[in-house]
Design a binder for this molecule. Structure first.
Ligand code: FES
Length: 154
């Protein structure tokens, strides 16, 4: 369920579109910002709120990689392995992340500290190889810089 504050934001979004369902993506983004992920319960709530089926919302959440349908660790590490990053050594960056975090891509570490994801191009090819911690990008990485970065995260 959205907080009262986020519900007001959702209503403001609805006013921008001819139909409520057109605001589905930004409303899901509000839900994810609020909870850190989008549970099945939240998907049902949003479906009712915008007037679409739960299956429609499930399809949207699982299609877009920026939406998380499982609870994440405290730090979400997204490693780009697309072409530019791959050519600049993203395989070593991903190996380093998996080793230091104690979680393979697609997993959360046992202590709940890290979730590791392998992702497609994040639009920062000029800084390849790169990764994101939450919304913050870290570019021109080496294995050593990656280790230092990860060990600085509490
Ligand atoms: S290929 Fe990695 S940011 Fe574009």
């Amino acid at each position: 369920m959205l907080t009262q504050e986020n519900l007001k934001k959702a209503e403001a979004l609805f006013a921008r579109y001819p139909e409520k369902k057109a605001a589905l993506l930004p409303v899901l983004w509000l839900a994810q910002e609020q909870e850190g992920w989008i549970s099945q319960e939240m998907m049902r709530y949003v479906a009712d709120l915008v007037g679409v089926d739960h299956a429609h919302v499930l399809g949207v959440v699982t299609f877009y990689t920026m939406f998380n349908d499982t609870k994440l660790g405290r730090h979400h590490i997204e490693v780009c392995t697309n072409v530019s990053c791959m050519l600049r050594g993203s395989d070593r960056i991903l190996e380093t992340v998996e080793r230091v975090c104690g979680a393979k891509a697609g997993q959360t570490s046992a202590d709940g500290r890290f979730t590791v994801s392998e992702v497609e191009c994040m639009g920062a090819c000029g800084g390849a190889p790169m990764l994101a911690v939450g919304e913050r990008y870290h570019e021109h990485l080496t294995a050593e810089k990656t280790e230092q970065l990860l060990s600085s995260l509490r």
